[in-house]
Ligand binder design. Sequence first.
Ligand code: 3HC
Length: 678
Amino acid sequence: MSSPISTSRQGDILVVTSDNPPVNALGQRVREGLKAAIEQAAADDAIKAIVIRCEGRTFFAGADITEFGKPPQGPSLPEVCAAIEASDKPVVAAIHGTALGGGCEIALACHYRVAVPSAKLGLPEVKLGLIPGAAGTQRLPRLVGAEAALPLVVIGNPVSAKQAQKIGLVDTLLDEADLAGGAATFAKSQIGKPVPRTSEMNNNRDGVANPDIFDEFRAKNGRKLRGFDAPNAGIEAVRAAGELSFAEGVKKERALFSKLMTGTQSAAMRHYFFAERAANKIDDLAADTKPIPIEKVGIIGAGTMGGGIAMNFLSAGIPVNILEMKQDALDRGTATIRKNYENTAKRGRMSPEQVESAMGLLTPTLEYGELAECDLVIEAVYENMDVKKEVFRTLDETVKQGAILASNTSYLDIDEIATATKRPGYVVGLHFFSPANVMKLLEVVRGANTRDDVLATAMKLSKAIGKVAAVSGVCPGFIGNRMLSKRQEQANQLIMEGANYWEVDDVLLEFGFPMGPFQMGDLAGIDIGWHRDPSKVTTVREALCAVGRFGQKAGKGFYDYDEARQRTPSDEVKQIIADFATRSGTPQRDVSKQEIEERLLYPMVNEGAKILEEGMAQRASDIDVVWINGYGWPLYTGGPMFWADTIGLDTVVSGLEKYGLPVCDYLRSRAEAGKTFN
Ligand code: 3HC
């Protein structure tokens, strides 16, 4: 097999080119080829400088993640980087696409970095539960300073080439259309000069002069990083870069990297990396299925949900017609969209021009007829089957043939909704999560008659609007809410048996969720579905509504809230719960944290197994994708199904049995066979 690395001469420049689709990952053969090319250049007196570049859509996107966990095969990436840096002839990294992880580390080992303006550079290892492992944590701060290195290493988001140039990570920006030519010219201009080696630089003195920057960074990002191991290791490594020699710093990085690599968090996060990509693929769709072009989108309903959904398309540059029944509701909805964009602009994440161009794509309307030319219409009205059917009947009559009609329902039967139309093949569920402009998840609900091209369109579109999509079959609550209801059932039962509701929330917080079920109730509003009749109180929630405890917006729900929205458990609520427990004759007892955790989470795993058993999800990892992106399941455990695999399915089965909870056949049979879900 030919090497993915080739070399060619341009006068006295050796151009080293990698061609390893799809993303030029730094697999063994690439590393071997790079090292050989550097040796070739060193041995040839006619070569005076070297350019390293990549074919295809990107510069090296990092180490080859599929090699992780397998026996290492040399040369290692640190060795290749060391060989590049040691060259006495200037080596220039010519960057397009994304120079990520090990790719960025290769670039850091080169003596110069040139890039096209559209390129991005970053160290996303932390998103895989790792830190850079080829001296990235040691070279980057020496080049750009500790303060500028911290977000790159610890948060892991890439920076634009322009930003990279600003912090000194990129030397020069080159013409987008002629990177190869520009890089060769740049390399030529460096011939004969002493080569600048990043490992010998000392721009990282800022961290030594002001060591508080590390604690300040940790404090500033505390919430975002809670529970993750890798970010702290990243901070430690960057700090070490200022305190230790390069060689000692590299050793420190290696020790931290190796520990993370063998830990459960990184295994879970690498599982998630592939899970997210797998979730976008539909196994039984013909490879040549052509998505339908979506150039204009209609949205029915300009409330919180409809407005949030609209923003996804507007931000992606797709025109939206948004429909309401009444002018004031339409005006309110439009004003909210504008306010949301303006708030984003205030935080510096959008320019005023971008706000105007997004708003310029929005057409508010009261007339269904205005939606006639839309390629996709998404309904986001009240969750009521009759109302939804009426909307779909009208849409079917007004919107052009071949257009997709989607419902944002979170639990209603898509197939029944489709019966209101003469085009059931074009009906699909697109379940966005609130706030729809922020939450990453999109549950794509595949009806019995949904056409393949409609599904392919939904998956492609989800990527275009920056969502992570997972496909669900038609069942009540689909994947996410169906599993959530099992958790809620147990939460409600636990507080009847004597567990304090704040303890239930705290157990989930400690597990890594951003909030527990009762906090979530307060945030969403306890009065959702409240019949407003205090004489008919049959649940704790209704009892809370009857005394005006509607949730956070009312300053009190399950908890009392102060002005800073800090929550304190309420005696009044405790009494309401105790009264219910007495009336139902439920014996009171101490419930341990372990029991709370197991009773909340194991039934979810069982429901996930049932969802797989019924073919409602394509694969276990899709369920993980749903829960991580839609419900805050902690990423570092890999999602409910991966987590169950980690603790052992037999543990889950025996736990469920211990509490007298149901175990489905699929879960039991896999546990008995010693198998995992993933
Ligand atoms: N190793 C192996 N496979 C990779 C890969 C990698 N580093 N990066 C991407 N791929 C695969 C994907 O799994 C996908 O495969 P599939 O088609 O079979 O599903 C294919 O390449 C295309 O990837 P995407 O669908 O993600 O393509 P996009 O164009 O949307 O995104 C990208 C491209 C921005 C490069 C994105 O793939 C990405 O973020 N990749 C990971 C980057 C990364 O994490 N690098 C760090 C690796 S760890 C490291 O370098 C350790 C070092 O410090 C020692």
